[in-house]
Structure formats: structure tokens, C-alpha cells
Design a binder for this molecule. Structure first.
Ligand code: NAD
Ligand code: LMR
Length: 328
């Protein structure tokens, strides 16, 4: 019996993500929360003859609390998306407050839920979430995840194209760091099964993974950012987590987590100098059971990418933490 909540369920990501969760045999109850249109989205999805009982909630009458109450997993794609010319950090002023408000509700009525943050800038909204949960004394780092799966999905696709592999999902392409531009660090030397990236194609491939989001923002030409690929990525991560919680062993996926609160993470935090960082995480009944250190023997080029990522991340993390303690 799993109660899943989508906050921002009427949006470009929220609707297809809710559809995928409605189809999941792992979900028995699906609560949709948004500031608009959730009765309609919920009514529509509720006609699908799958397991999950689906309900929609709006802000009046403490709708958020009713939606989140006793949730097992809360997925948050609420907030504004980018337009051409914007960075993810440009979304901070609006999305920071939205995420803070939603996490406050989660802390109150679903303190044990697994929380998956999709809203950008992820590099800052996850630190915001952690600080809010800490201030409410319900923070468990093993249960808070910044969803960076879309970077892995893109890396799988682009590497497969280049290496002539017919099934991208047979590749495991680790992407670590954060979720914006240069903070995204693909580790092509650690792809399994291994692939050879020709030297002259390396920089362009790195750039495409780091700026894949911009490719979609540009193509959508003012109408938003990635929604369908993100719904897939968000579902892929949620499904893996729910399977691991149900007892399936050996499931690993990178996620942007608070390292000091996860077994194996402290050492990585000491090595990198940042507390929030995306690394492959072993999933299990408690959520993030172990942060895996894959930073050993990376190439010189990857080390350079990592150094640039860490510089950017430090500022993004501080901005999120400061927002909670000294709001503007
Ligand atoms: P969208 O505008 O289509 O949908 C956002 C939804 O959030 C809207 O339905 C809106 O009504 C709702 N919302 C706004 N304030 C809310 C609140 N206080 N409570 C509940 N719902 C609220 O945007 P989208 O394309 O779905 O993108 C959503 C977010 O996801 C953006 O911040 C975007 O940058 C981010 N995103 C992240 C990734 C990632 O890889 N992590 C990928 C793509 C997009
Ligand atoms: C993405 O990577 O597609 C998302 O973070 C959305 C964006 O703003 O690019």
C-alpha cells in the first residue's frame, strides 16, 4: 500500500508524471496537488482502470495538508520553468518560496515520506528542503532526493547515439555533481559496458549532456522546458525507489543528496568540500542506503569538469541554505 503525492500535478511535468504513477502497480493511492486544475486532472486519470485511487486537491480548506497526509512518497515538480535566455538560477526567486512552502506541509503531515524534488534550481531547492526539514526536526537525509535522473537519461541517449548502441538503456552512464550547466559532470570513463569516445567528440558530448536542458528550452521557444522526458525520468527514479523499498536488491541510481546524512557520504563530502552532491546511491528499504564513491581514478579531463562543478555548486548550496535562515 503506497500513497504517492504529486505537487504541481497540473503542470507540464506533473500531468504525464501523474499518468505514469497512476499506471504503476506499486501505487495504491495517488493524491494530486496544485494551485489549479487538479480536480480535472484527477477526474480524468481516475477513469483509468488501474489500481491507484486518484484524488485532486486545491489550496482552499487546507488542500495541501489533505493531499500530503501520511504520504509515503511526495514528488515535487511545482514551480515555474525556464524561457530562452534564462538560467535555472533565475527561477530561484519564485521557486524557492514554492518549494519551502510545500516542504513545510510535508514536514507537518508526512514527516516520514520520501521526498523527490524536481523543481529548479535543484542545486538550491534541495538544500532549502533539507534546511526546512531540519528546522522542523524531521530531517532524514536518506529520504530526501534531488532528481537528476534526466541528466543520466540524456547521457545514455547521447552516448548510445555516438557509440552506435541500439539500446541506450543497456548502458550505465554515471553523471554526478549537480543539475545545471557546468555543475553536471558526466563520467564517460566509467560507462558500463565501456565505450570509446573519440577525443575530437569528447567536448561536444560533455556540452550536450550539460546543456541538454537548454536544447529543449530553445526548441520549445518560450513555451517551457523539458516535461515529457522529465516525467519519464522522475517516474524512473520513483519506481526504482519504490521497488527498493519493497525489497528489491541491487538498485542504484544517481541522486542529489545531503551526503553527511547517508552511509558512505561523509567521506565524499570531505573529499569534495560540498555537502549536497549527486552520486550513485544504493537504494533500499530506508531510501538512500549508501552513497557510492566513484571519484577514484577519474580522468584528468573529468577532474577538471569536477573542479568547475564544485565551484558552482558551493554558491548554489549556500544560496539555498541562506534563503531558509535569512529569508529576503
Ligand atoms: P509548469 O509551469 O508546466 O508546471 C508547474 C506547475 O506547478 C503548474 O501547474 C503550477 O500551477 C504549479 N504550481 C505553482 N505553484 C505551486 C504551489 N505553490 N503548489 C503546487 N503547485 C504549484 O512547469 P513544468 O514544465 O512542469 O516544470 C516544473 C518545474 O520543474 C520547473 O521549475 C522546471 O524548471 C523543473 N524541471 C526540473 C527538471 C529536473 O531535471 N529536475 C527537469 C525539467 C523541469
Ligand atoms: C532540464 O534539464 O531539462 C530541466 O532542468 C529544465 C531546464 O530548465 O532546463
Amino acid at each position: 500500500m503506497v500513497k504517492a503525492v504529486v505537487a504541481g500535478a497540473s503542470g507540464g511535468i506533473g500531468q504525464p508524471l501523474s499518468l505514469l504513477l497512476k499506471l504503476s502497480p506499486l501505487v495504491s493511492e495517488l493524491a494530486l496537488y496544485d494551485v489549479v486544475n487538479t480536480p480535472g486532472v484527477a477526474a480524468d486519470l481516475s477513469h483509468i482502470s488501474s489500481n491507484a485511487k486518484t484524488t485532486g486537491y486545491l489550496p482552499p480548506n487546507d488542500g495541501a495538508k489533505a493531499a500530503f497526509k501520511d504520504a509515503d512518497i511526495i514528488v515535487i515538480p511545482a514551480g515555474i520553468p525556464r524561457k530562452p535566455g534564462m538560467s535555472r538560477d533565475d527561477l530561484f526567486n519564485i521557486n524557492a518560496g514554492i518549494v519551502k512552502g510545500l516542504i513545510e506541509v510535508a514536514a507537518e503531515v508526512a514527516p516520514n515520506a520520501f521526498i523527490l524534488v524536481i523543481s529548479n534550481p535543484v542545486n538550491s531547492t534541495v538544500p532549502i528542503s533539507a534546511e526546512v526539514l531540519k528546522s522542523k526536526k524531521v530531517f532524514n537525509a536518506q529520504r530526501l532526493f534531488g532528481v537528476t535522473t534526466l541528466d543520466i537519461v540524456r547521457a545514455e541517449t547521447f552516448v548510445a547515439e555516438l557509440a552506435g548502441k541500439s539500446n541506450p538503456q543497456e548502458l550505465n552512464v554515471p553523471v554526478i555533481g549537480g543539475h545545471s550547466g557546468e555543475t553536471i559532470v558526466p563520467l564517460f570513463s566509467k560507462v558500463t559496458p565501456s565505450v570509446t569516445i573519440p577525443d575530437e567528440k569528447y567536448d561536444a558530448l560533455v556540452n550536450r549532456v550539460q546543456f541538454g536542458g537548454d536544447e529543449v528550452v530553445k526548441a520549445k521557444d518560450g513555451l517551457g522546458s523539458a516535461t515529457l522526458s522529465m516525467a519519464y525520468a522522475g517516474y524512473r527514479f520513483a519506481e526504482k525507489l519504490l521497488k527498493a523499498v519493497a525489497g528489491v536488491k541491487g538498485l542504484v541510481e544517481p541522486s542529489y543528496v545531503y551526503l553527511p546524512g547517508i552511509p558512505g557520504g561523509k567521506e565524499i563530502a570531505e573529499k569534495t568540500g560540498v555537502d549536497f552532491f549527486s552520486v550513485p546511491v544504493e537504494l533500499g528499504p530506508n531510501g538512500a542506503e549508501k552513497a557510492l564513491d566513484i571519484l577514484g581514478d577519474i580522468t584528468e579531463k573529468e577532474q577538471k569538469l569536477l573542479n568547475a562543478a564544485l565551484e558552482g555548486l558551493k554558491g548554489n548550496i549556500k544560496k539555498g541554505v541562506d534563503f531558509v535562515h535569512t529569508p529576503p
